[in-house]
Design a protein. Structure first.
Length: 324
């Protein structure tokens, strides 16, 4: 065990998987010589060559189309989309082709594609480079949606995603790339659909995704000094979703707050709130409360951006409101 960053854990997993399996390769814009927009694939082309790390033209639809074709021929492509906002461009390829081909061929076709993409705001990249759009892909059958919140989780979840025979949308938050954690050097897998209790508690459950897990943990630690015991659940994958873990926690604490960085309208936690009401209604001692970004394009200016995206103060306020 040694401490490495979130981006180093991704890079280590990519290197291990491409050395392990000749069918695994990467393609995307500026991922080779440049090393990726956030430096995640830095140095891989020198170790693996341009047959494994393929720089592409600026054509997200073309990149995903090539990956779908390669996957149907037995390859296991890993696509990097430079910003999650740009994944709108190959949307038709993803939701009408990749997501449906296995079903339409009666299970005989496999579409083992991983689409990695950095999402979320917080670094002043404005409305077209800062969105959290995971709910869009959560909506479509045939896709798996992964949202790792730590360096340890990102390596194990990426390994499982590469091994999966279905298309996986793999969201990496920009603010997590430099965070560090103890990560085993040897390869390991974290099953898709298996959530994690990041902090045990007894008074209230907080379910958070991606970078919001970090914020929720800070709030939970601060509230513990006031004698408030917060249980923090990280689903890790929102599709498939570990609903059993969440409902067990809610039935124990009887109160719940849901935190995500996506917009308020139509976010993933809308569905989650509905499921909690369905399975935990008799155990709830208060309303299911959601803390999300505002229904507003993400501003460029730092203070305005912070006002739109959920901060620790809003998360704490939500917890205290439900407990009151």
């Amino acid at each position: 065990m040694r401490e490495i960053s979130y981006s180093e854990a991704i890079r280590e997993c990519l290197l291990q998987k491409m050395k392990e399996d000749e069918k695994v390769f990467m393609l995307g814009e500026d991922i080779g010589l440049y090393g990726g927009a956030f430096g995640v694939s830095q140095g891989l082309i020198s170790q693996l060559g341009s047959d494994k790390i393929m720089d592409t033209p600026i054509s997200e639809q073309g990149i995903v189309g090539v990956a779908i074709g390669a996957s149907l021929l037995g390859m296991r492509p890993i696509v990097e989309i430079m910003f999650s906002d740009f994944i709108m461009l190959p949307l038709e390829q993803i939701v009408n082709q990749a997501a449906k081909l296995r079903y339409m061929f009666g299970g005989k076709a496999k579409v083992p594609i991983v689409i990695r993409t950095p999402g979320g705001g917080g670094i002043g990249l404005a409305a077209q480079h800062s969105q959290s759009i995971e709910a869009l892909f959560f909506h479509f059958p045939g896709l798996k949606v992964v949202m790792p919140s730590s360096a340890h989780d990102v390596k194990g979840l990426l390994s499982s995603s590469i091994k999966d025979d279905n298309p996986v949308i793999f969201f990496e938050h920009k603010l997590l790339y430099n965070t560090k954690e103890n990560v085993p050097e040897e390869p390991y897998n974290i099953p898709l659909g298996k959530g994690d209790i990041k902090k045990k508690g007894s008074d209230i459950t907080v379910v958070a995704t991606s970078y919001m897990v970090t914020k929720a943990l800070r709030v939970a630690e601060r509230l513990s000094k006031d004698g408030i015991s917060v249980e923090v659940i990280d689903p890790r994958t929102i599709k498939p979703l570990d609903m059993d873990l969440i409902t067990d926690s809610v039935k124990k604490t009887n109160k719940v707050v849901l935190v995500e960085e996506a917009y308020y309208s139509g976010g993933f936690t809308c569905y989650l709130a509905s499921e909690i009401m369905k399975y935990c209604f008799d155990w709830l001692d208060g309303p299911v409360l959601r803390v999300t970004s505002l229904d507003c394009p993400i501003p460029y200016e730092h203070n305005l951006e912070n006002a739109v995206i959920p901060d620790e103060e809003r998360i704490e306020k939500g917890i205290r409101e439900v407990l009151s």
